[in-house]
Design a protein around this ligand. Structure first.
Ligand code: HEC
Length: 686
């Protein structure tokens, strides 16, 4: 009893401090954001705890069904939209495809300014998962954005003019930035992606006023013949074998970060190994620090304080870059400072955020690669065949994860975490012909995944697996599900919760929906015309609560799949109680037919075409059965067998839209073979 009373008292004292300080200064001062009144949306995860739990309750379970559209704004760009908008002093700041920045009026949708970093379209193919961006950071009149081609840019928040720009990557390597920068004290922190294609992961801190680099933290060791950068790298060395540094090693920090101002700890999630299969990357085993880990650092100097590795020696693309959420939970009768994460590997982790010690970890979807997480060692107890060295295995979850980047939300009143989850599996197997090519994917060397399917070994099947989307309400203290709803499609949007007892989420088939936070019953929905991935936000201006969400389909999954009849340009939709603007009408799917062969199909040529297709095209396109996504299903393309095909492929006709040019990499004969393969796939469409 004593603890809750003390807490209550100190909370309202903090609250008073917050109100006083926020009147004087609406800037990005850490003390202000530990708690928020929710009127503005100033940080990526709303508050420093990354709760995405808005205290606003004007829109609530009683009236949510009267939500209607107030305004919409068209980004004018197709491709995936993943940004969390920042709302401050009546202006909404967000990013769209190709890292373009938008500032619009939050009450009207009127454009204030836009900034296009002009990312060269040839960089599009350096990313595994579309030319997306997850948003900006705002601090003291500056807007910070990481561009897809690896620059960190500071803009004047008033007019969008560039103040400084700095290159954070070696552009000859397949690094990309898709994550939102975070401002901590006088630093801007930014990581990068690229582990699918072969890079060494790191993140860096820059002076927020000048753009000068203050420190850089590598997430995996480099060439052991060179001196280690720091003690953390020295310690990591013994957990690697072979010649991983030649392939980069991976461990990219491409999304989640959070910060505890009381402990002065920055938490960063790191990604998968490069290449995926540890047998290829580190052939004599090892945990491969700090892949798939949560790192806690002193942000003042970038020194590692502790780490927790969710997937030691990752072989499955089980990143730990997913949302890192902070909370104070009463566990075993003690109020504990914890962080919570639901990484790709399918376990929900509650970790002491002062020490990095595991408190608990349980499966939140169907998982078969590991039986459990051993409490004492903090390590998974793996399925004996999960490393697919002696058999192919259907593994759940798969490389897209039981939960990907789509942010979750923690309702502080209900004490439930809402996870935009996915129940999936994929077949993993040893690649027999994998060879590292330093040219990387961007130069046409193919994915450095090193998983294949050795036909000479058996495949382990698992009848309990399924494929579906799931919105899960998870009790982090009991470590069990409170409720869930099944969703037909596996790639739905990030989540918002509010003290109006609501949970909001967009879906792959183009709806924004509101659920009751207590039991998941659906209370409202609106159709927005194209798939939604971005998490909704809410804010209050002049006493009126607004709900906004960005539409825009794409991402790794959306390049090849879609669940609306057509894919529209990305838009912002903003709702209020009683809003009466017209919503998009469901589009009618075009009647499309698979192409007919334009010339004779010889198997030997189709086989050569298949190899080229897998190497160059399959990352974005499907051909044959399947919907196709942002990149169309080529078995329906009118250009196959026509002269336009070579204009597209070899002259870059559609490069402005992100279709790469293969000039100098693919010959006319090879182009012919690819088309022959596509014609062959069209013949077998069911
Ligand atoms: C990095 C992703 C990416 C890769 C890799 C890629 N494409 Fe594309 N492709 C696209 C996108 C995006 C479009 C749609 C462009 C548009 O909207 O105009 C497209 C469009 C096309 C089209 C036009 C289809 C139509 O009917 O309009 C053809 C043909 C095509 N791609 C062929 C290929 C081939 C062949 C390869 C491999 C050699 C390939 N693409 C590799 C992204 C990609």
């Amino acid at each position: 009893m004593v603890i809750p009373m003390l807490r209550k008292g100190s909370c309202s004292f903090l609250w008073l401090l917050f109100i006083l300080s926020s009147c004087q200064n609406s800037s990005n001062d850490s003390n202000i954001h530990w708690q928020t009144d929710g009127k503005e949306w100033l940080l990526h995860g709303l508050d420093l705890k990354d709760s995405r739990c808005s205290p606003l309750d004007q829109i609530n379970t009683e009236n949510v069904d009267s939500l209607g559209l107030l305004w919409s704004y068209d980004l004018g760009l197709k491709r995936g939209v993943e940004a969390t908008p920042i709302v401050s002093e009546g202006i909404m700041y967000f990013t769209g495809p190709w890292s373009k920045v938008f500032a619009i009026e939050a009450t009207t949708g009127k454009e204030v300014w836009t900034f296009d970093p002009e990312v060269p379209r040839s960089f599009g193919e350096k990313g595994c998962c579309d030319v997306v961006n997850r948003g900006v950071a705002l601090s003291e009149g500056k807007v910070y954005v990481g561009s897809f081609d690896g620059r960190l840019i500071a803009l004047n928040a008033e007019n969008g003019e560039k103040i400084w720009e700095t290159l954070t990557v070696d552009q000859s390597k397949p690094y990309t930035i898709t994550g939102a920068p975070r401002v901590i004290k006088d630093l801007v922190i930014i990581g990068n992606g690229g582990a699918e294609l072969g890079v060494r992961g790191y993140f860096s801190a820059y002076d927020k006023n000048t753009g000068e680099m203050r420190w850089r933290f590598y997430t995996v060791p480099g060439d052991p013949s060179q001196p280690a950068e720091n003690k953390a790298m020295q310690n990591a060395l013994s957990t690697w074998t072979g010649e991983w540094w030649k392939y980069g090693g991976g461990g990219t920090a491409w999304d989640a970060m959070s910060y505890d101002p009381e402990l002065n700890l920055l938490y960063v999630g790191t990604g998968n190994g490069s290449p995926w299969d540890r047998n290829k990357r580190s052939p004599d085993g090892g945990d491969n620090l700090y892949l798939s880990s949560i790192l806690a650092l002193n942000p003042d100097n970038g020194e590692l304080k502790w780490y927790y590795q969710t997937t030691p020696g990752d072989s499955w693309d089980f990143t730990a870059t997913q949302h890192i959420m902070l909370a104070d939970l009463e566990i075993d009768g003690k109020l504990q400072r914890v962080l919570m994460q639901a990484p790709k590997n399918g376990f929900f982790y509650v970790i002491n955020r002062e020490t990095g010690k595991l408190i608990s970890a349980e499966k939140f979807t169907y998982v078969n690669w590991a039986e459990k997480i051993d409490k004492t060692s903090g390590k998974p107890v793996e399925h004996p065949l999960a490393r697919y060295a002696s058999a192919n295995m259907d593994i759940a979850p798969n490389y897209d994860g039981a939960h990907n980047w789509h942010p979750m939300a923690y309702n502080t009143k209900r004490q439930l975490v809402y996870i935009p989850a996915r129940e999936t599996y994929s077949n993993y197997g040893k690649s027999l012909d994998w060879e590292y090519n330093t040219a990387g994917f961007g130069s046409g060397a193919g994915w450095n995944l090193a998983i294949g399917h050795d036909p000479g070994v058996p495949t382990i099947k698992d009848s309990l697996m399924s494929k579906k989307g799931k919105l899960i309400a998870w009790d982090p203290i009991a470590q069990k599900e409170a409720w869930h709803i099944d969703q037909e499609n596996v790639w739905n949007g990030g989540v918002l919760t509010t003290l109006g007892d609501l949970v909001f989420q967009g879906t792959a088939d183009g709806y924004i929906k509101a659920y009751h936070a207590s039991d998941g019953s659906q209370l409202w929905q609106a159709y927005l015309g194209t798939g939604i991935m971005a998490p909704p936000v809410t804010y209050m201006i002049d006493g009126r609560q607004y709900l906004s969400v960005l539409t825009g389909w794409g991402g790794g999954y959306g390049m090849k799949n879609k669940h609306t009849p057509t894919i529209e340009t990305g838009k912002v939709f903003t709702f209020v109680l009683g809003g009466d603007q017209k919503l998009p009408k469901p589009d009618v799917a075009q009647d499309r037919r698979p192409i007919k062969p334009k010339w004779e199909i010889y198997d030997y040529e189709a086989n050569i075409g298949a190899g080229l297709f897998n190497k160059y095209c399959a990352v974005c396109h499907v051909s044959g059965n399947g919907s196709g996504g942002v990149a169309p299903n080529l078995a329906y393309s009118p250009h196959i067998g026509s002269p336009t095909f070579d204009k597209i492929l070899l002259e870059g006709l559609l490069l402005p839209n992100g279709m790469p040019s293969y000039q100098g990499r693919i010959s006319e004969e090879e182009s012919h073979a690819i088309q022959t393969f596509i014609m062959a796939t069209a013949r077998v469409i069911k």
